[in-house]
Design a protein around this ligand. Structure first.
Ligand code: G4P
Length: 295
């Protein structure tokens, strides 16, 4: 993961994004933070908290169709415990989308009341959508825009390149200005982002990565793992990641000439099947391990 940090993380990136986000803060009322429901801790850039300072925020656990529902429930409770409204969303189908606008209105209820008292009824609510790449920001915005049949606007006075979307009902969205890079602040975070495919495979050793994933699945999702690859729970309980991988390769008949197991192919299969949720709905950051939600 050393290599990964060097390739993908430059402080300069974040300084630029920080400036861009902060220059827009005065134009917006709230921030919608998109996280990947499979890794709500690792997909959250820890610098965001200080960048957006005290702006009201709403957390969206996206891709919840691929996450473990029991864990998603725990994560939602954890955010709500910290007075951060949180919703679970599946942008593939739009499930959960209807809860977004009410959640924003809820977090802004005091302000909306104050606007109304000043006669500013119907004032447009402006929300900035932020999240690391691939978390589903475009899908989320597109769905909201489509649902409300609105148009994309170019606003005078707003830095070029910033994209505002009117989604009707007095509601505007601003896409993340700049790129909010993930932060590989520890080895585990980098690894988990690699599990879900947020880090390009060509900078990582696929086999090593699959060993780590298999060890996590052995400890947390042993039954679906065994069911998928026709393994026995007792059989893998004591095995190391590379031994489980070999077993999977063997069971699947992935052999190279000479009868050796094609572990590279087995590793790609395991990673692809995990990323496509073929193995089942699974969460890699467990809520109980991350009481500080980083937001
Ligand atoms: P970004 O703007 O934050 O970078 O993310 P984007 O919307 O481009 O989404 C990244 C990928 O994640 C896309 O897949 C998108 O379809 C998928 N995605 C977004 N939201 C969800 C969700 O709630 N559930 C699931 N299962 N997938 C989601 P892709 O393979 O890059 O493209 P494509 O499959 O749409 O062609």
């Amino acid at each position: 993961m050393e290599e990964l940090q060097n390739i993908q993380w430059f402080p300069g990136h974040m300084t630029r994004t920080k400036r861009k986000i902060q220059s827009q803060l005065r134009l917006i009322d709230a921030v919608a933070i998109l996280l990947d429901a499979r890794v709500p801790y690792s997909s959250c850039n820890p610098d965001l908290r200080s960048i957006i300072n005290n702006k009201p925020r709403i957390v969206i656990l996206n891709k919840c169709d691929m996450a473990d529902p029991a864990q998603t429930k725990k994560w939602l409770a954890l955010f709500r415990q910290k007075n951060i409204p949180a919703i679970a969303l599946d942008c593939k189908t739009g499930k959960g989308l209807n809860a977004f606008i009410p959640a924003v209105k809820d977090v802004l209820s005091d302000r909306i009341e104050a606007w109304n008292a000043k006669g500013m009824t119907g004032r447009t609510i402006k929300v900035m959508v932020v999240g690391i790449p691939n978390v589903g920001k475009s899908s989320f915005i597109n769905r909201l825009v489509r649902q409300n049949r609105a148009k994309v606007e170019d606003r005078p006075g707003v830095t070029r390149g910033n994209q505002w979307y009117t989604i009707g009902k007095g509601f505007d969205l601003l896409d993340t200005p700049g790129v909010l890079w993930p932060k590989f602040d520890d080895k585990e975070v980098g690894e988990k982002l690699a599990f879900i495919g947020s880090v390009k495979d060509d900078v990582l050793d696929t086999e090593q990565l699959s060993y780590r994933l298999l060890e996590y699945l052995r400890d947390n999702y042993s039954s679906p793992l065994c069911a998928r690859y026709k393994l026995q729970n007792e059989e893998i309980g004591q095995l190391k990641g590379y031994e489980i991988l070999e077993l999977i390769g063997k069971k699947r008949g992935m052999l190279i000439s000479g009868g050796e197991i094609d572990t590279e192919r087995a590793a790609s299969t395991v990673l692809d099947e995990f990323r496509g949720a073929v193995l089942g709905k699974m969460t890699i950051d467990r809520a109980e391990d991350h009481p500080d939600v980083r937001i």
